[in-house]
Design a protein around this ligand. Structure first.
Ligand code: GAL
Length: 430
């Protein structure tokens, strides 16, 4: 094997560390909409009927998702977060929706969402109470799982507040079994590792066997510092968490806040690009009824969504950093690679980055085809390992490219690689 060939092994593929939860769901990162970051626990329907947590909000969001191309772009789940239930369970001990805000009840809402060809997600908590103080599921896992199945719910986000941390794992596993026992495929979104990290390093083998995706870190806020902190945490823990991701189970860095108030357009592009590279669930939390055209176009960008949803299902790594740039790379099907270059310098103007310095550029030997997706779509044509392509990256923005090797030699090597050794390059300092 030539030296160049050896280097090809470096950015490579690794099977996820464990079997995924076997419910046939989330074979690609989940796409949809989730109310929390944008609408929080707004239950004041008297003064704010348009934005309060009520059946109307989800119905309107579903309508827009169908009419405005979201569904066609792949966004499928319409998800309720905290603050939907009544503070009291019913006479049979079942959770019930707040009767004033959800007069039709959840089953009817699910029927409506399904009539639009979409799916409905709901929220509950492994402990005594939800984070916002509504009834928790502790002691009611079977009952709640059955209630959600009876309502034809398609996804459960299961939070971890008000729970004895030593019993978190047991709780999450028991709810996973309870959901499975209903016989209805319900996508299971967990926060198990987030609540466990302060205590110990979570067991990602068990988590992957239990959940379809799992939150690891803090809630996303509508700010660049929040998005950055999530990226920093992910990169710092990538050797532990990335191998756990793959079809059926994904690391969840929390919602996309694109289309809200806190991110500049460059920062929105960075979130979209990096969430795709991280093979993250793409759950938007924004107001689809009122979103600026540029944010909409970004969220519906087919080329970025294709990177997220790539059939190989590999989460990318941060492969290099230095000079206030970060390079993140995600192996794609058909031997391709996605490369994101993030400019972390929050001062000055656009800065040039020689894409040949990205570790994954090695696959350009002898030749490759390059497409730039962000900041603008541009076919860059056939390139070689020696090509000097300078991409211009705005402060806190990201350039996103895909690279397709041309050599048939690469394919042979790739096969070898796919079956065998995985050696990931140590962080390069640019
Ligand atoms: C947090 C969770 C958020 C949201 C909130 C609801 O713990 O991480 O995503 O669900 O609770 O109260």
């Amino acid at each position: 094997m030539s030296r160049a060939a050896c280097l090809l092994v470096i950015i490579s593929l690794m099977s996820p560390a464990a079997e995924a939860l076997d419910n046939g769901l989330a074979l690609k990162p989940t796409m949809g909409w989730l109310h929390w970051e944008r609408f929080m626990c707004n239950i004041d329907c008297d003064t704010d009927p348009n934005n309060c947590i009520s059946e109307r909000l989800y119905m309107q969001m579903a309508d827009v998702m169908v009419k405005e191309g979201w569904k066609e772009a792949g966004y499928e789940y319409v998800c309720i977060d905290d603050c939907w239930p009544s503070h009291q369970r019913d006479a049979q001990g079942r959770l019930q929706a707040d009767p004033k805000r959800f007069p039709g009840g959840i089953k009817k809402l699910a029927d409506y969402i399904h009539s639009k060809g979409l799916k409905l997600g709901i929220y509950a908590d492994v402990g005594d109470k939800t984070c916002a103080g509504y009834p928790g599921s502790l002691g009611y896992y079977e009952k709640d799982a059955q209630t959600f199945a009876d309502w034809d719910v398609d996804l459960l986000k299961f939070d971890g507040c008000f729970m004895n941390r030593a019993l978190l794992g047991e709780g999450y596993i028991n709810m996973s079994k309870a959901l499975n026992n209903t016989g209805r495929p319900i996508l299971y979104s967990c926060e198990w590792p987030l609540y466990e990290w302060p205590l110990k390093q979570p067991n990602y083998t068990a988590i992957r066997e239990t959940c379809n995706h799992w939150r690891n870190f803090d809630d996303v806020f509508d700010s660049w510092s929040s998005v950055k902190s999530i990226l920093d945490w992910t990169a710092a823990h990538q050797d532990i968490i990335v191998p756990a991701a793959g079809p059926g189970g994904w690391n969840d860095p929390d919602m996309l806040v694109i289309g809200n108030f806190g991110l500049s357009h460059d920062q929105q592009e960075s979130q979209m690009a990096l969430w795709a590279i991280m093979a993250s669930p793409l759950l938007m939390s924004n107001d689809l009824r009122d979103i600026c055209p540029r944010s909409k176009e970004l969220l519906q960008n087919k080329r970025i969504i294709d990177i997220s949803q790539d059939s190989m299902g590999k989460q990318g790594y941060r492969t290099a950093k230095g000079n206030d740039f970060e390079v993140w790379e995600k192996p794609l099907s058909k031997n391709r690679l996605a490369i994101a270059v993030l400019n972390k310098l929050e001062t000055g103007g656009p800065r040039g980055f020689n894409i040949g310095a990205a570790p994954g550029w090695k696959i350009c030997g002898p030749q490759c085809n390059v497409t730039q997706i962000l900041p603008q779509y541009k076919e860059m044509g056939v390139q070689t390992q020696q090509s000097k392509i300078i991409v211009s990256v705005n402060p806190s923005g990201t350039a996103l490219l895909t690279v397709t090797p041309i050599s048939s030699d690469f394919r042979r090597l790739h096969k070898l690689n796919w079956q065998g050794t995985f050696v990931r390059r140590k962080h390069t300092i640019l």
